[in-house]
Design a protein around this ligand. Structure first.
Ligand code: CUA
Length: 325
C-alpha cells in the first residue's frame, strides 16, 4: 500500500511540473512555443534512439550462433558510433540555430521594459516616450499579442529571469545589460521565477507577467504613471504620515515621499496581485503579517520586521497602502 502511495505521489509531482501557469510545456507565445518545439523534437528523438539501442541490445542476446559469427563489429561501430550521432546532432544543431535566430528577431512595434534584479525582488521600469520612467515592482504588465523587449540588469548578484510559458531564461548580470524578448499571445497571468541561485530567498524571488488586452494595458499604464492620490480620510492621512516616518527611507510612493530604490516602489501597491515578490497574495491580512513579521516570512531580506510598531499605527499604514490603487 505504502509503495503504491509513493508511486502515486511521484507521478503527481511529475505531472504538477508539466502544467499550470509556470510551465515551458504550456507555451503562451511564439518564443516559448519555439523552445517547446525544440524540447519535443529532442524528446521524440531521444525516444527513437532509446528504442533503437534497446532493440539492438535485445537482438544481440537472441540472435543465433551462426549469425553471431557473421557479424562485422567495425560496421556496427561506424554506423551506430559515427554516422548516427553525426547525422542526428547536425540536424539538431541546424534546427536549434534556426530557432535561436527567430528568438532574437524583434518586431518593430515592440515596447521596452527594464527589469533590475535585487535580492530578492524585481524592480520594473517602463520607459515612456518622453524619457520618463514609470516604476513598479515584481509584476510586469504587458499588452497581449505584442513583443516586449526586456533590458535585464542586476544591482547585486547574478539572477536569472525565467517565465517558462513566455520565453527562455536570461541572466541578470551586475555591470551589463542583457536583452530578452517575451510575448504573450493571449491575456493571462504567467508566473516566473528567478532561475539562478542568489541567496537565502532565491525561492521567494518570483514574479508575475500579466498580459492584458492592449486597451486595458494603456489604461493601466496611465494609472501607474500618475502619482499616488492623497487620501481624504483622517485615519488614512495618519497612515500616510506613519508610512513616511517608518517606511519612506527605502520605499517610494510617488507624490508622497522622495525617490528611494532600496525597496520596491509602492506608489500603486494595491493594484498588484502579490506582495513580497510572489510570496503572498496581496490582501489586508498578508500585508499586516508581512510588515510585522518580514524576517519570519522572508528571512534575510533587507526589510526588518516592524513588529515593534504600535498596532494602531501598523493598521493605519496597511489601510493607507490598500488605498494606493
Ligand atoms: Cu534571484 Cu535567484
Amino acid at each position: 500500500m505504502s509503495k503504491n502511495r509513493t508511486i502515486l505521489a511521484a507521478a503527481a509531482l511529475l505531472l504538477c511540473g508539466c502544467e499550470g501557469v509556470q510551465s515551458a510545456l504550456e507555451p503562451a507565445g511564439p518564443h516559448a512555443a519555439s523552445i517547446a518545439r525544440i524540447w519535443w523534437a529532442m524528446f521524440w528523438g531521444a525516444c527513437a534512439v532509446l528504442l533503437l539501442v534497446t532493440s539492438l541490445a535485445l537482438y544481440a542476446f537472441i540472435r543465433s550462433p551462426q549469425r553471431r559469427e557473421r557479424t562485422r563489429p567495425d560496421r556496427i561501430i561506424l554506423a551506430g558510433g559515427v554516422a548516427l550521432p553525426v547525422v542526428t546532432l547536425t540536424a539538431l544543431l541546424a534546427y536549434g540555430v534556426h530557432a535561436m535566430a527567430s528568438l532574437r528577431t524583434l518586431a518593430e512595434d515592440a515596447i521596452e521594459i527594464e527589469v533590475v534584479g535585487n535580492r530578492w525582488w524585481w524592480d520594473v521600469h517602463y520607459l515612456g516616450e518622453d524619457g520618463e520612467v514609470i516604476r513598479t515592482a515584481n509584476e510586469i504588465r504587458v499588452p497581449a499579442g505584442r513583443a516586449v523587449l526586456l533590458s535585464l540588469r542586476s544591482n547585486d548578484v547574478i539572477h536569472s529571469f525565467w517565465v517558462p510559458s513566455l520565453a527562455g531564461k536570461m541572466d541578470l548580470i551586475p555591470g551589463r545589460t542583457n536583452r530578452l524578448i517575451i510575448q504573450a499571445d493571449r491575456p493571462g497571468v504567467y508566473r516566473g521565477q528567478c532561475a539562478e541561485y542568489c541567496g537565502a530567498q532565491h525561492a521567494r524571488m518570483g514574479m508575475h507577467v500579466i498580459a492584458e488586452r492592449p486597451a486595458d494595458f494603456s489604461v493601466w499604464l496611465d494609472r501607474q504613471r500618475a502619482p499616488a492620490t492623497v487620501p481624504g480620510d483622517e485615519s488614512m492621512l495618519r497612515g500616510r504620515q506613519a508610512f513616511v516616518q517608518r517606511c519612506a527611507g527605502c520605499h517610494t510612493v510617488r507624490g508622497t515621499s522622495e525617490a528611494r530604490s532600496a525597496g520596491p516602489d509602492l506608489t500603486h501597491l494595491a493594484s498588484r496581485e502579490f506582495i513580497g515578490a510572489g510570496t503572498l497574495p496581496n490582501n489586508r491580512e498578508n500585508l499586516l503579517a508581512f510588515i510585522a513579521r518580514t524576517q519570519e516570512l522572508k528571512p534575510g531580506s533587507a526589510m526588518p520586521s516592524q513588529g515593534d510598531l504600535d498596532p494602531v499605527a501598523l493598521e493605519s499604514i496597511v489601510a493607507y497602502l490598500e488605498s494606493l490603487h
